[in-house]
Design a protein around this ligand. Structure first.
Ligand SMILES: Nc1ncnc2c1ncn2[C@@H]1O[C@H](COP(=O)(O)OP(=O)(O)O)[C@@H](O)[C@H]1O
Ligand SMILES: [Mg+2]
Length: 1010
């Protein structure tokens, strides 16, 4: 190894490496670990020497090296990964090393090589997975055009690293011999995966004591409710507590905004949306939700429960019972009133005592908020003697209520503080009939809002009242459409809106991407709604009609965009409008003419499905189709039926889907609506294909193709080609299928529909696998998975991941395959699509080959087959063949009788339970759950009791779990079957009321039992 002879600060390329899962490996290997580590170091050092790298330090199982040339560094990393992958490690072990490359300045000091960039390099490496090489944007920039031959960089998007404020763009180094795909990076806040906390635009003031108190409560109880009047700062406090908990392990912190909901039934649906749980039409939402959450460790913030309090209580009760790792933080004007709830009354902000000196006044929380908001309005408060007293008096007068203070601060633009103080005094004296004793707290805010309202101009009032029909935020165009009326021309709405923002009655947030959005705080929205009702039914109805029409037009404008190049933006845009879309649909349900609702709901088909709202949309479409006024055979009805058919087909309700298609065809065909007819034929074909009837599907596809040719629509043609390819692949003509898929791919590229491209690549990959072209298949499937992940397409991820899993399996990369099937299972459990769960279970059975108890694998097959048969779903031929071979293998290994018994037992098991257990048994599952509890685990039995609760055998198992041993290792150590170990573990968790092995291990150690 050569020294780079550094003298001063210089730009270098850093390489950090680290063995994944080494702690557990040390435990497993015992004395053999030293040999493994020595081999690992030797391989790394050989690569360093070959590429002029300098080893700066090697610590434990990681190495830090520097290179003068980024290209040499990339070359070294590739050589290391190849060498590590092909080395013969002790039986059953694989040394998987995460690596990170970054370029930046560093200085050589007495303490070694130092600099901020060195730290950054270490953090970048930390987000990689074992076997993966990640590259920072800085290094990637230097590598452009100078990558080693055959190597490439894949953009993995923006990721926030622990302790580093801004997000970093991360790339993955790709080269032959390195796996193309890995589970998502271990970044602190992959925003799509771990949280959805809304960004706050204004500053947060004070609350140190409250934060500590609420944090302590959340640490000790699984349901904490922050109560207090509107505007007291409950939401803001809850958000702050939640943000603090991010990155503390577990599976994230999720914000469910219940304020826009008009219907209590949507409470559970909203939580499901937020958690990415796909609902099934007709199945109780709470049941699906509890099942999907299972033992996951997460915190859900239920904001604004008061108007749907009963539904919240029911939801909380069900989730707390069914999901041992879940904790809830609620905000509500009143408590939920269920067992185990800890209620925290949010106090007002501290106000200065009468007669306090200027310093104390300035330091008080309420005055700080007033001053901060005043300064933000461009009118900084003065602090000389009397001025400070005036500020203190205003805050006292307003009881330190944050919203009242914000409204008051807004007045400071037009009147000096002393005048504001005097006017407030006057007003409050009037309200209390001359008593200086002050108003009850809720009335203080009401008085402040009333006063703000009275000071509005006529047009401002008209606009504010009409804005009350929005559910959730809204953009300027929507406001113009809805708030314009007899008093306010559309062109003037923007001006009025600006004035309302200045007066703090409307909030404006710059979302970062896209145009900013407006929203009303709930207290203000309710006030405005009262004013709208007071204006009379005609005014209120006109506002709602305008709202509905705006969103119907938006949905219709979205439809073609959702299958074009801008679909990702449109999906995000529609997601932001979900509350409004729902409100428009609900309004239509009460109207004599349901047409606008049918048009709206049908146009959004792609959105409903891609973003996990399929079950809700199916229910809404059903309800709209059932409205008496909707029974005429109109095209709107036919299109809505077609959308309903797709949703039913995706949910596996093939008969219902077929009935919708038939009825729609009976309307569309006589009307000569060729596009719709072709679309419906395509739909019917898929229903048949999923039932394993390609022969029946092909004539329908051909009919559809004739129509598509006449219409010259590339998207339609692409869909039909793809269906035909699936059919021919099913019939065994893999080469023909691949040709059709490629034609379809070309057409999708032409339309720019990346989501469809992604989905198609998965099918193409499957056909290539069937044809034995493993390399092409892996490439296409990895690309498909990348696209699905980038779009957060929760329907597409399991599809692509399970196919790529098969490819890895066929290439004999069992670990990679297992990780992909685990990812499939993980997402499928959240989305609840049963056929995806079944495919994942079969995949895990395949990859358990020789690594797990064959009895367990037989059960996995049984459970998967049962789920597929219950839906009438036919496995794709490749999967069917592999599953068949695997069952034969198991039968031979175990003996026919034992196999049949286990397989039959698997068929009787609860699918969710099997899935959960299967996930826990995988490396990914262990990792997911190793994060441990985000918040405290439910109170487990105290140690004395537990010692008698657990059998000696269970204690033994728990001890080995705590040492980090895997199930097969525990089985070997205790001379038990792996299945028995799994059963012991399940019993332990059940007895202790815990959710994961990590929690059980931690508990055992904490209580000193093991
Ligand atoms: N500690 C705080 N620092 C800064 N602003 C606050 C604070 N608490 C509340 N606010 C602001 O006061 C207003 C009302 O607070 P919010 O949390 O919405 O009240 P609630 O949820 O109790 O109705 C919001 O504009 C919010 O941003
Ligand atoms: Mg609130």
């Amino acid at each position: 190894m050569r020294s780079l002879g550094l003298v001063a600060t210089q730009t270098l390329t850093f390489l950090f490496t680290d063995i994944e899962g080494s702690t557990a490996m040390v435990q497993r290997l015992g004395d053999a670990w030293a040999g493994v580590l020595a081999d690992h170091h030797r391989l790394i050092r050989e690569s360093l020497a070959a590429h002029d790298g300098e080893e700066v330090v090697s610590q434990g199982d990681g190495v830090f090296a520097v290179f003068a040339s980024p290209r040499a560094c990339a070359g070294a990393a590739i050589q290391m990964q190849r060498a590590l992958a092909s080395h013969a490690w002790p039986a059953g072990e694989r040394v998987q090393v995460r690596m990170g490359i970054h370029s930046g300045e560093a200085s050589r000091t007495a303490a070694g090589l130092t600099g901020l960039e060195v730290h950054r390099a270490a953090r970048i490496a930390a987000v990689a997975r074992g076997g993966q090489v990640v590259v920072s944007a800085a290094a990637a920039g230097l590598l452009t055009g100078s990558l080693p031959a055959g190597a490439g960089l894949k953009d993995l998007g923006l990721h926030r690293l622990k302790d580093v404020g801004r997000a970093e763009r991360i790339f993955q180094l790709q080269a032959e011999g390195l796996p193309p795909a890995f589970p998502p990076l271990r970044s602190l806040d992959n925003p799509k995966l771990l949280n959805n906390l809304p960004a706050q635009v204004s500053s947060f003031v004070g609350r140190e004591v409250e934060l500590a108190e609420v944090r302590a409560l959340v640490g000790g109880s699984r349901l904490v409710t922050l109560t207090g009047a509107g505007g007291a700062g409950k939401t803001r406090l809850a958000l702050h507590v939640a943000a603090d908990l991010l990155g503390g392990g577990g599976e994230g912190v999720w914000f469910a905004d219940l304020a826009p909901l008009g219907d209590p039934d949507l409470v559970a649906v909203t939580v499901a949306d937020v958690l990415g749980v796909r609902l099934e039409p007709g199945r109780p939402v709470l049941e699906t939700l509890a099942e999907a959450v299972g033992g996951r460790s997460l915190l859900v913030l239920l904001d604004n429960c008061e108007h749907v309090i009963g539904a919240c209580a029911k939801l909380a009760d069900a989730l707390l019972r069914g999901c041992p790792g879940l904790a809830l933080l609620a905000t509500s004007r009143e408590p939920l009133g269920i067992g185990g709830e800890r209620v925290y009354r949010v106090p007002s902000l501290g106000t200065p005592a009468r007669g306090a000196d200027a310093g104390a006044i300035r330091a008080s929380e309420a005055v700080r908020l007033l001053a901060d908001r005043a300064a933000a309005q461009g009118v900084p408060l003065a602090w000389d003697g009397p001025a400070a007293e005036v500020a203190g008096r205003i805050c006292r007068r307003l009881d330190g209520i944050p919203l009242a203070l914000e409204l008051a601060a807004a007045r400071l633009r037009v009147m000096p503080a002393a005048e504001l103080d005097a006017r407030l005094d006057e007003r409050f004296l009037l309200l209390t009939g001359g008593s200086r004793a002050g108003l009850p707290r809720q009335q203080t805010l009401r008085a402040m809002v009333d006063w703000s309202w009275e000071l509005l101009t006529g047009p401002e009032r008209a606009v504010l009242a009409r804005l009350a029909v929005f559910a959730g935020g809204f953009g300027l165009a929507a406001a113009e459409a809805v708030a314009a009326g007899p008093q306010v021309p559309a062109a003037e709405v923007a001006g009025q809106l600006g004035a309302l923002v200045d007066k703090s009655l409307v909030q404006f947030g710059d979302a970062g991407a896209g145009p900013g959005r407006y929203r009303l705080l709930d207290t203000v929205r309710q006030y405005a709604a009262g004013r709208l009702v007071a204006a009379g039914p005609a005014a209120a109805n006109a506002a709602r009609v305008a709202h509905r029409d705006y969103y119907m037009a938006l949905a219709e404008a979205a439809a073609p965009q959702l299958v074009g190049p801008a679909h990702a933006e449109w999906l995000d845009r529609l997601d932001a409008e979900l509350g409004n879309l729902r409100a428009a649909i609900s309004f239509t349900l009460l109207q004599p003419d349901p047409d606008p609702g049918l048009r709206l709901a049908a146009s959004l088909l792609v959105f409903w499905s891609a973003r996990g709202h399929a079950a809700e949309a199916a229910d809404a479409l059903r309800a709209l189709l059932d409205v008496p006024g909707a029974q005429r055979a109109t095209l709107a009805r036919a299109r809505a039926l077609a959308a309903a058919a797709t949703l039913a087909e995706r949910a596996g309700s093939y008969a219902a889907a077929e009935a919708c298609c038939q009825e729609a065809l009976a309307i569309a065909a006589p009307a000569g609506e060729d596009y719709l007819v072709a679309d419906l034929l395509h739909q019917r074909a898929w229903i048949l294909l999923h039932q394993g009837k390609p022969g029946d599907a092909l004539p329908l596809i051909e009919q559809g193709q004739d129509l598509a040719r006449r219409l010259g629509d590339p998207h339609l043609a692409a869909r039909l080609h793809s269906a035909r390819a699936y059919a021919t692949n099913f019939q065994g003509d893999h080469a023909g299928a691949a040709r059709d898929y490629l034609r379809s791919l070309q057409l999708y590229h032409q339309t720019g529909d990346q989501r469809a491209v992604g989905q198609l690549l998965a099918n193409l990959g499957n056909a290539e696998l069937s044809a034995g072209d493993l390399d092409a298949a892996r490439r296409h499937l990895a690309e498909s998975l990348d696209i699905a992940r980038a779009l957060n397409n929760r329907y597409g991820i399991p599809f692509a991941a399970s196919n790529l899993g098969l490819a890895e399996y066929l290439c004999n990369s069992l670990d990679a395959a297992e990780a992909l099937f685990a990812e499939t299972l993980d997402v499928a459990m959240r989305t609840g699509v049963k056929r995806h769960i079944a495919y994942a279970l079969i995949g895990l059975a395949l990859t358990s080959h020789g690594r797990a108890d064959p009895g367990w694998s037989a059960r996995l097959h049984g459970a998967a087959d049962q789920a597929l048969e219950a839906q009438g779903h036919a496995l794709e031929p490749l999967e069917a063949r592999l599953a068949d071979v695997d069952r034969q293998r198991l039968r031979t290994a175990m003996g026919a009788e034992a196999f049949e018994a286990e397989y039959a037992a698997g068929r009787t098991l609860d699918l969710a339970q099997v899935a959960h257990e299967a996930l826990l048994g995988t490396q990914t599952g262990r990792e997911t759950h190793r994060g441990g509890a985000l918040v405290s685990e439910p109170d487990a039995a105290v140690s004395g009791e537990a010692a008698t609760v657990l059998t000696p055998r269970e204690l033994e198992v728990l001890t080995l779990v705590a040492q980090g041993l895997s199930n097969p290792d525990i089985a070997q150590r205790l001379v038990l079957s792996e299945h028995t170990v799994r059963r012991h573990l399940a019993n332990i968790l059940r007895k202790l009321g815990l959710s994961s092995r990590a929690a059980a291990a931690a508990w055992g150690v904490r209580t000193g039992l093991i």
